[in-house]
Ligand binder design. Sequence first.
Ligand code: NIG
Ligand code: FE
Length: 381
Amino acid sequence: MATLVTGIGELTTNVEIDGDKCGTLHGAAVRIEDGKIAWVGEARYAEPAETVVDVEGAAVIPGFVDSHTHLVFGGDRSEEFAARMTGTPYAAGGIRTTVAATRAASDAALRTRLHGFVAECLSQGTTTLEIKTGYGLDVASETKLARLAREITNEVTFLGAHVVPAEYADNREGYVELVCGEMLQAVRPYAKWIDVFCERGAFDVDESRAVLEAGVAAGLQPRVHGNQLGEGGGVALAVEMNAASVDHCTYLTDNDVELLASSDTVATLLPGVEFSTKHPYPSARRLIDAGVTVALASDCNPGTSFTTSMPLMIAFAVREMGMSPAEAVWAATAGGAAALRRTDVGTLAVGSAAHLAVLRAPSRIHLAYRPGVPMIERVFS
Ligand code: NIG
Ligand code: FE
């Protein structure tokens, strides 16, 4: 059974054409067979198909690849957000509030909430999701979160090294040993990635390296939370470990930017965090101009960025981070795929997954131009 999506006013393929990284086509059509793209071209050359969907001049983009989320958690931190808006600074210690609520929540309650978030993501055009653990921080709870996340996606990340939980406050070393040993072994069957929050108040560079090395030895691939709350060694560690991505990158030295530019590590920017913590937005322009591959992701979590909206990330990136709308859409699709080292999503090429978002607009610019307005008409996934 073939489906032809036709009447596409502006198609973003992300297959570079004449210096246009978005590979933009006008008056295009896409043929879908068995969940994959079978043909892309000018609509007038399209072969007939059993099902024809005419999008009547709308823009179509690849489904968003949200490469950084924390969607399995319990509890509510809206009061913490409200206090921040009137001057209380963000502190990573708030993570422990969510850990307590998550440990207390039943499987069923966590699953129901998770499924609600996933539906929210899909309705906003996200067709590939990464999901982290990190609000369990004991063996049983981290395993539970990984198992629930794996029901949704293969892109599961073990973040046992999110913060040191309260019961290990006087025994950091013991906690790092637990993460690298028993906890890693229990979570490993569900996870693809190993992550660490390398930041003052969380884990230092040596602790972070130990966690990543243990994960790699167990067959996981590294990614890093770094340089969120201040300058530090997270970016350098990510590059040293050939991590797929280093996420946040809010505070970068020139040396960090140079290291990223000469590496295969993607800089994933999470502007929902700057919105919610009132830290300054990082300059995507500085990174792109230096030759760094930039991704955008939601970081959806109850502490620093409680939104699943990739269109909102695009709007922030365009308004506050020096990205053009085209660059921001690329970063939220192909950039996210690069951050997950995936070549089958984020791009509309023959053989790619048929993940398409049809916009309620004639061009992708509207994703930033009409912030806060639902712009996704339909998703193919
Ligand atoms: O990615 N940076 C570390 N972890 C989350 C925040 C977690 C929280 O405050 O609950 C983040 O922003
Ligand atoms: Fe995060």
